[in-house]
Ligand binder design. Structure first.
Ligand SMILES: Cc1cc2nc3c(=O)[nH]c(=O)nc-3n(C[C@H](O)[C@H](O)[C@H](O)COP(=O)(O)O)c2cc1C
Length: 222
């Protein structure tokens, strides 16, 4: 299977056969995530693999609890919770916020300081000084760097899974605080996404996509 074929044929899978995912197969997917590019090659993320039934049940329940009152019982919420509870493996994807945003740049008191990837302050003359100034005035643009990296890693993982005959689904509907409690995730780490993994028990039709000319323009924004 070539990459384009995997991109074209992958679907979000929310119903799984009970068959377990062998550890060597799972490690192939995890390794695909490991090989993903990341800004400054910082790899500021961590994946937590959950196979334990009770832990998955608690995470599934927390997905429902996130939607208060009757909303927790609407079909789409129940379907997500069921996918999380029944997938043989779920992967909770975390951003190491400090590493993502601060490894190369920290504010020390009033002064921005640039760090090398070995944690030593860099020479801050010339280019670096300009970069630091730019960074200071565009802070918002840099906040989400860890999310980019994590998303690419998960996308690699989901395509590698498809090649192995596995289905996946991104679950953004999880409850971050509950994930932290259930999985003992430290306060400074963000649990941003859950991905279910297992052998598909459904073959969904392709979801529609916008036309290319709605998504892309040439030379200027149109
Ligand atoms: C960031 C992100 C968050 C998502 N969150 C959920 C979710 O909480 N529940 C769910 O059932 N699907 C979720 N999905 C899956 C999308 O609904 C799905 O990718 C989209 O409908 C297109 O369908 P396809 O993946 O089968 O092509 C998410 C996908 C992404 C990329």
């Amino acid at each position: 299977m070539n990459v384009y074929e995997a991109i074209e044929k992958r679907r979000s899978i929310r119903r799984y056969r009970p068959d377990d995912v062998p550890e060597p197969v799972l490690r192939t997917l995890l390794n695909a995530a490991r090989l993903a590019p990341s800004g400054c090659n910082r790899q500021a993320w961590k994946l937590i693999v959950v196979r334990d039934k009770e832990t998955k049940r608690r995470i599934a329940e927390s997905c429902r609890q996130r939607f208060p009152g009757p909303a927790s019982d609407v079909r789409v919420v129940r379907r997500v919770a069921k996918a999380v509870a029944e997938a043989p493996v779920i992967i909770v994807a975390c951003v190491l916020v400090r590493d993502a945003n601060m490894k190369y740049f920290q504010i020390e008191g009033e002064d921005p300081v640039m760090f090398s990837n070995k944690g030593r302050p860099r020479d801050q003359s010339g280019f670096w000084q300009e970069f630091i100034e730019h960074r200071s005035s565009h802070e918002g643009e840099y906040e989400s760097l860890g999310i980019w990296d994590l998303a690419i890693a998960l996308d690699h993982l989901s395509l590698a899974a498809f090649e192995q005959g596995l289905g996946t689904c991104w679950i953004g509907a999880g409850d971050t605080m509950a994930l932290k409690r259930i999985l003992s995730i430290p306060a400074e780490i963000q649990a941003r996404m859950t991905m279910t993994v297992g052998y598909p028990d459904e073959s969904p039709e392709p979801r529609s996509r916008k036309r290319l000319d709605e998504l892309v323009s040439y030379e200027k924004y149109e």
